[in-house]
Design a protein around this ligand. Structure first.
Ligand code: F0G
Length: 461
């Protein structure tokens, strides 16, 4: 089949906003050039995140109607527990309202001052929750991930030699090891089955529990199928099931591959830890048979976890990300290679070499994408991760990327074609784009609320 189609037809539609250029200019200025501050009703293509933005299926909406909202022992929980246990193999299934609630519970129970939690790369909420409990989040992604242009297929792999070395030196300080699949921070890149097996072996050899941050587990499994020698003939659900069984538990935000707008869970094999987690759950999330969710959310998640492993869906999903990346590359816009599972990451530092990292090329591009065509994206670079050293000098992030995240089952190919048209227009006048300065920022997680100002042409770098 030459054209890979959306394997669904549309039953419910939602109009999208089509503000004109003047309105976009006004709205962006009112938002102080921070896209998080834009009201959604002036955004045409909302590629800010793939989290909680999926379109649910008729089967999911139908399942919500038969939810059992009993406070305790709901039938919906039983169905959810059976489905998650069948998929993951873990003994204890603890529902939470989203991924970070599961993180907070797990790390609060395991991380102490001075603890170290290794991962390929921590997502910002896992890092923040570990640091909140005064632990250290260590990123041990493979060296191949540093070169955004290289075609290495598994840039989400963890460096097994560094992991083993860290475990050997600091065994007493490591309560658990994490692996983020796919590796969101590093460009939505997958970890290979061989690497996950290796990670499991290393951690187990040191007696350290292995927990997956598995919110994009299906995309990771499908990229294993597509890219890893020997895996092409296996059903993707089989690969996913093996991956879960290599670990001792998982954190899972259902807002990504769960195909729901809200929901998640913590799953564990360790009986004692699970009992403690349920106690904490009751304190802030709710009774263990609903956690932070309504029973209808659990029903939708139960169906979503099944639908996300359907191969025509995953084929279309990965093809649409690849289509966007290849179109951008043809227009001369460099992206992290190879395209990952949920988003295309534009390398703004390479695309706009005349804007130094201290003038936030990612933010400049994100603002231009909005001005030129109403596209909302997310800077992942020196706004998010840049720092000042002790002497006050600016220390840029490792990269200046702009993430175009694709909500699941939401936009069609003609939407992507229009996005490509807008981007090609920007590529033709890239040299005219100007940098930005931050005029106000909060003490932490500044990207959410910082205020910016475009720099005048010819401003000193
Ligand atoms: N882990 C990863 C790898 C994530 O990407 C996210 C969320 C979380 C954990 C936290 O889950 O939002 O349900 O609490 N990522 C979103 C994003 C916010 O835009 O990438 P949550």
């Amino acid at each position: 089949m030459a054209v890979i189609i959306e394997p669904f037809r549309i039953k419910v539609v939602e109009p999208i906003a089509l503000p004109d250029r003047r309105e976009r200019e006004r709205r962006l200025a009112e938002a102080d050039y921070n896209l998080f501050a834009l009201p959604a009703d002036c955004v045409t293509f909302d590629l800010l995140t793939d989290s909680g933005t999926a379109a649910m299926s008729a089967a999911q909406w139908g399942a919500m109607m038969i939810a059992d909202e009993s406070y305790a022992g709901s039938r919906s929980y039983r169905r959810f527990e059976d489905a998650v246990r069948d998929l993951t193999g873990y003994r204890h299934i603890i529902p939470t309202h989203q991924g970070r609630a599961a993180e907070r519970i797990l790390f609060h129970l395991t991380v102490r001052a001075g603890s170290i939690v290794p991962s390929n790369s921590h997502f910002d909420t896992t890092r923040a929750n570990i640091e909140y409990d005064r632990g250290e989040a260590a990123d041990l992604v493979v060296a191949e991930a540093a070169d955004t242009g290289s075609p290495f297929p598994f840039k989400g792999n963890i460096d097994l030699a560094r992991l083993d070395d860290l475990c050997r030196r600091e065994r007493q300080r490591i309560p658990l090891g994490l692996l983020t699949i796919t590796n969101n921070t590093g460009g939505g890149q997958p970890a290979s089955l061989e690497n996950i097996r290796g990670c499991s072996r290393v951690l187990r050899s040191h007696g350290i529990p292995f927990i997956l941050d598995a919110c994009r587990f299906a995309e990771n499994a499908y990229m294993i199928k597509l890219r890893e020698p020997g895996q092409g003939g296996r059903p993707v659900s089989d690969i996913a099931r093996e991956v879960f069984r290599l670990a001792d538990g998982c954190l899972l935000s259902g807002k990504k591959d769960g195909l729901v707008n809200m929901g998640g869970f913590l799953a564990l094999n360790d009986d004692r830890l699970a009992a403690e987690a349920r106690n904490l759950l009751i304190l802030t999330e709710g009774f263990p048979t609903y956690g932070g969710c309504a029973a209808r959310d659990l029903e939708a998640l139960t169906v979503g976890l099944r639908e996300v492993l359907e191969e025509p869906y995953l084929e279309y999903r990965l093809a649409s990300v690849r289509y966007l990346a290849e179109g951008l590359n043809r227009a001369g816009i460099p992206t992290v290679q190879p395209p990952g599972g949920h988003a295309v990451f534009i390398d703004a530092r390479r695309f706009l070499p005349h804007i130094p990292p201290g003038q936030y090329p990612g933010q400049a591009l994100a603002c231009e994408l909005y001005l030129a065509g109403g596209i909302r994206s997310c800077e992942i670079g020196s706004v998010m991760f840049g720092k000042r050293d002790e002497g006050g000098a600016f220390v840029p992030a490792r990269w200046d990327l702009v993430r175009l995240a694709l909500p699941r089952r939401v936009y069609t190919q003609s939407h992507v074609d229009r996005i490509l048209e807008i981007c090609a227009g920007i590529a033709g006048r890239a040299a005219e784009l100007r940098g930005m300065e931050i005029v106000w920022s909060p003490p932490f997680l500044r990207h959410f609320t910082a205020k910016f100002r475009p720099l005048a042409r010819g401003a000193p770098s």
